[in-house]
Structures are given as C-alpha cells and as structure tokens.
Design a protein around this ligand. Structure first.
Ligand code: ADP
Ligand code: MG
Length: 624
C-alpha cells in the first residue's frame, strides 16, 4: 500500500501547537509519557494473554528499551507490548478520542507547570513528544499480526501511514530531536529522567547495549511500607494519577484474612479537571496478582470517591476475570465495601488530626463526597460526620454537624439549612431573618448536590434536617435576641385586619400562590416565598426545571411579615371600603418582590415596572 496522508483532527492540530509552544519548560515529561504508554501497552497485552497465551508465547518477557542515534539525533522508545494496526494508529495518534479537548484548550493558563499537569489528565501524553521533536516516527506491529505500519508526522497538521517492517510485536516511537535538544541523547540524562519519573514501572527499562535496567521495576505497592520513601510514593502517584501535585493523602495497606488485597490509594491536593463530568468515572486501577485488569470498573470504587487515584491488587479474583464476571463478582463487591470503609476511615482520621488541612480537602472534594450521603446508606452517618459546612453562626469558617448540634437552642429539634447559588446571596435571604434574629443557626448550602442529600439524609444525631424555605417555620418557641425588636411590636394591626389583608391577597393573586400567611421567618423584609411542605423545595424545583426534568414550578406560599411597616399599613387599609381595587397593584408588587428576592424571573416584567412606577409616583406626590 502506498503512503497515505491524513490530517489531524482539528483539535489535535490546535493542541499540538499549544503543547509544543507552551510546555517547553517542562519538556522532559515527554519521555515519561512515552515510557508510560509503552508500559500501558505491555500491561494490556499481558491481560490479553491471559485468555490468548499464544500472543506472548514466543517472547514472554516484557521490556522497554531506549536507544539513541547520535548522528540522526533520534531517540527511540521501544516496547514489546500490544502494538497497533493501521486503524489504531490513525485513531489513537490522529484524534483525541476522549471528549473535552476544547475544555482542555480553554483551561490552559500559560503557566506551563500547571498546563503540563492538564496534559496527562486529558490523555494527550503522546503529543508531548512534539515539545522536543521536529518529527516523530512510530513503527508498530500488533501482537498476533504479521504486518507492521509506520506513522510519521512533523506535528504541523498532517501525518502519514504506510506499510513497514518490524521483526516482532510491539511499538517503537522515534523522536527526531530539534536542534537544541541534544541533551536527550546523553545516557546520563536519560538514566536520570527514567529514575526520576518511571522508577517503579513494573517493567524493566534498559538503555540499548547496556545490561542493567534503569529503573527499580518492582510494583511499588508490593513493597513493605518501611522500604518506600515519600518521594517514591509521590512519583508513583504522579504516574498512576497523571498528576503533578503532591498527594493530600496516601493510603497503603494490605488486607489479609477472608479477602486479600493490597491497596495503594491517593487523594489529590487539587481537583482533577473532570471531577464533575456526568459519567462520574473513577480511575483506580484494578490488578489481580500484579496483572493490570482495568482502570474504569465502576464496581471497584463508588462514584463519590472518584477523586481517588491508585491501585487495588486482589489475590482472590481469578486471573482470567472478564468484565461480565466482574459485574457480578461477590469478591469485588466485598473489596469495594472494604476499600470504601478504609478510605473514609483514613479521611476521618485526618479530619480530626489536621482540621486545617482537612478544610482544604473539603473545599476540593466535599461536593463529591456528599453524593455518598444519599447514594450509600451504609456510609451515610460517617459521611455526615466528616461533612463540613458554612453556617450563619460562623463567618467563613467550616463547621461540622457535631459543632452545630452542640450549639443548638433549648428545644430545637431540627438542623436547619438553606440552599442557594452563592454564600453571599444566601446570607441575605429573607427566609433566614427570623432564624438569625433568634440566634438559631442555619447551614448555608451552595452545592447542587445539597438539594438531593439534605431531604434524603433524614437525621443526624437524632435531629432531622429541615429547609428554612419549606413548610412552616415554627419559630415561636425561640425568643428574639434583640429586646427592642421584641418590644417594638406594640401598635400592630389587629388580627382581623391582618386576616382581611390575607384574604384580599389570596383573592387577587389567585392560583399563582398556594397560600398566603403570616410568618415568624421575617424580621426586616415584608414578604418572602416558601415551598409548601408537600412540594419540592424551591431550589431543587428550579434546578430540575432548568434540566428539563420538571415542567412547571408548583405554586409557592407567600409569607408576609405582620411587623413590617408596609404590611401594617396595608392591613389597616384592607378593612376600608373599596380596598380590593386599591390594593390590587400592591398585591402583585408584593408577590413580584418576593420572586425577585428568590432570584426568579418575573412572568410579566413590564407589568411589574408599570406598577412600581405608579407606586413611586404616588408616594413622591404624597411627600411633595
Ligand atoms: P493515553 O496514554 O492517556 O491514552 P496518549 O496520548 O499517551 O494518551 O496515547 C494515546 C493512545 O495511543 C493510547 O491510549 C494508546 O491506545 C496508543 N498508544 C500510544 N503509545 C502506544 C504504544 N507504545 N503501544 C501501543 N499503543 C500506544
Ligand atoms: Mg499516555
């Protein structure tokens, strides 16, 4: 077959340009990426050989070999792994299979040490060869096939694929170094880079012509803890996690007894970019007796721990385990719950010992952990225990539910919360006023997931969770803190005047409100909206409507503040003759105001602005 010229997918072209230009200061990572691909290729073949042993019979020892061609300025990374056929070369090295390339490009900051961290995460590792290369050649022969293929590109928009020869299975990636990059031809330099970035890769890496391997080549998690340095753990984390930060938490443990497994898991200290992707995939690698099986099996780690990176190596699963078998394996289910318990236990310990460090972790991953509160009833209580919150009682500080419960008022039976988009917005919510005035603490919840777990969590320390934007407030039993506010009540409207006003508001507003009633919830504002106790809470309903999962918002309850000057005078007017006409605009204005305070759009903004203009005109005329 003649040489075939193909174009890179547009995103790849753009990416190549950025990679080559912005990541120069981190250029040596290209070698780590190529070695890591070689090692992945060996892992994959080893796995295939479990069921098709003929694939590796002729050459069972996996290896990675680096060789240098000083004259031609070429550095080659060769492996005897799974190899690629023509289609795979085109697919794997010409497109970016994973979605989110645009997101990647958008997130590049220009700060290369940050950008380079994104590279591994987005799976564009191979393209990093173009940081140092003016041309890259990939010769590959797929295990079990005779035909080899040569892929070449100068990284400027096109690549070509043509038939080639290779003596045996595997892949050789040759990087033709740019003029200034001769350092990567020096054995010392290569030895150093391999030692730094790829020491623990469980496949020997050799320099062509030299006998000794450059790396330790032992699976790190199989070594005793005391023989592993912090740097080795860190390097391993960088490798398995495609990460560049320091791990926030390292858990290395061996379970013996009924089920035997080793785990080496890390929690990152920064948020991975895809933490909130809808697939919620984790990337913990499952090994069986040192052999890599898969890195995306949902049965290994629950989605709410998807920030974890690392390895779980089982002694009990059969080596020829298939995906179908994994799906229903009781052993895997037991490993999963043991791993889950262990990880949460370690997080809890750290929360206790290093509360400030823990607060940083919580800012990164709290929103994800909270998914477990409604997804995993077994862990609900401990997750609630380690959960942290902002609240009305403590400025910006994070508090625990135990802190909250300790501060509860006499007779308080519920843990109160309010949900919304931002802390700032929440702190000014009218529904909070009555709670704050009585010194009743309210949790301020700003993560979308809060709307789901809070109604589901039911109880903590025998207290139920109650939204302050839903149902009746029941605040009578708590005294107002400010004596003046309590006494000022004196010349309010009579009960019957207020009742008349309420009847009038109901009549004017009709079906758009579920009910109109007075409220203990308000101190400064005249009105607010709350959800009826049988409906969805307001923010949840808004979120579901936005996602198209709900057609219409249920009508809300309009609460009025009988101590507010406006409501007082409206109540007095309500019993006068002709009040229903006179107060019609006021009724609509009150309701619209409450909607605005909720951040909800008005169905008829023009009518609102006309009524407001009328009201202002009258009030100015009255004072003139
Ligand atoms: P990632 O390793 O995160 O998938 P890369 O850009 O490093 O992303 O590699 C892209 C893909 O190219 C790999 O997923 C793999 O399918 C293929 N590939 C790269 N190098 C090799 C190799 N040495 N042997 C076999 N396949 C390879
Ligand atoms: Mg890679």
């Amino acid at each position: 077959m003649a040489e075939e010229r193909l174009f890179f997918q547009a995103e790849v072209s753009r990416l190549l340009h950025i990679v080559a230009n912005s990541l120069y200061s981190e250029k040596e990572v290209f070698l780590r990426e190529l070695v890591s691909n070689a090692s992945d290729a060996c892992d994959r073949l080893r796995y295939l050989a479990l069921t098709a042993p003929e694939l590796t019979e002729d050459d069972p020892e996996f290896r990675i070999v680096l060789s240098v061609d000083k004259k031609g300025r070429g550095l080659t990374v060769a492996d005897n792994g799974v190899g690629m056929d023509r289609e795979e070369l085109i697919e794997n090295l010409g497109t970016i299979a994973r979605s989110g390339t645009q997101a990647f490009v958008d997130r590049l900051t220009g700060d290369s040490s940050r950008d380079v961290a994104l590279i591994g995460q987005f799976g564009v590792g191979f393209y990093s060869a173009f940081i140092v290369a003016d041309r890259v050649e990939v010769t590959s022969r797929k295990a079990g096939e005779e035909q080899a293929w040569l892929w070449t590109s100068d990284g400027s928009g096109e690549f070509s694929v043509t038939e080639a020869e290779r003596d045996s299975r595997g892949t050789s990636v040759t990087v033709h170094l740019k003029k200034g990059e001769k350092e990567f031809l020096e054995p010392e330099r290569l030895r150093h880079i391999v030692k730094t970035y790829s020491d623990h890769i469980p496949i020997p890496i050799r320099l062509d012509g030299e006998g000794d391997k450059l790396n330790a080549a032992a699976a790190l998690w199989t070594l005793p803890r005391k023989d592993i340095s912090e740097d080795q753990y860190k390097e391993f984390y960088h490798h398995v996690g495609h990460a560049f930060d320091d791990p926030w938490l390292t858990i290395h443990a061996r379970a013996e007894g009924k089920i035997e497994y080793t785990l080496l898991l890390f929690a990152p200290s920064v948020r991975p970019f895809d933490l909130f992707h809808p697939e919620r995939r984790h990337r913990v690698k499952l090994y069986v007796k040192r052999i890599f099986i898969t890195d995306d099996h949902e049965g290994l780690v629950p989605p709410y721990l998807r920030f974890l990176r690392g390895v779980v190596d089982s002694e009990d699963l059969p080596l020829n385990v298939s995906r179908e078998l994994l799906q229903t394996s009781p052993i895997l289910a037991r490993i999963k719950s043991a791993v889950t318990r262990r990880v949460i236990g370690e997080i809890k310990k750290k929360a206790k010992k290093e509360p400030e460090e823990y607060a940083r972790f919580w800012e990164n991953f709290g929103a994800v952990l909270k998914e477990g509160i409604y997804e995993d009833p077994d862990q609900r209580d401990v997750l609630l225990e380690i959960a942290r919150f902002r609240s009305t009682a403590r400025g910006d500080e994070l508090i625990s539910l135990d802190d909250y419960v300790e501060r509860m008022k006499d007779g308080q039976e519920a843990i109160y919360y309010i949900g919304g988009e931002s802390l700032e917005g929440l702190r000014h919510s009218p529904q909070l006023e009555g709670f704050v005035a009585r010194g009743v603490e309210v949790l301020l919840l700003t993560d979308a997931v809060d709307e789901f777990w809070a109604p589901a969590a039911q109880r903590y320390a025998d207290k139920s969770f109650v939204s302050v934007t839903q149902g009746a407030a029941d605040l009578d039993k708590f005294a107002l803190q400010d004596e003046d506010a309590a006494r000022e009540d004196g010349e309010g409207p009579s009960d019957s005047q207020t009742a008349t006003l309420i009847a009038l508001l109901k009549q004017t507003l009709g079906d758009v409100v579920k009910d109109v009633r007075t409220s203990e919830r308000l101190t400064d504002s005249a009105v607010c909206l709350v959800a009826d106790e049988h409906d969805l809470d307001m923010r949840l309903a808004r979120m579901l409507k936005q996602q198209g999962q709900l057609d219409e918002l249920a009508p809300r309850v309009l609460e009025i503040n009988p101590r507010h000057a406006l409501i007082k005078s409206l109540a007095r007017r309500a019993t006068e003759k002709g009040a229903s006409d006179a107060l019609e605009d006021a009724a609509h204005l009150l309701f619209d105001q409450a909607r605005i305070a909720e951040g909800e759009p008005l169905p008829d903004p023009a009518a609102f602005s006309r009524r407001l203009a009328d009201a202002m005109t009258k009030s100015i005329a009255a004072t003139a």
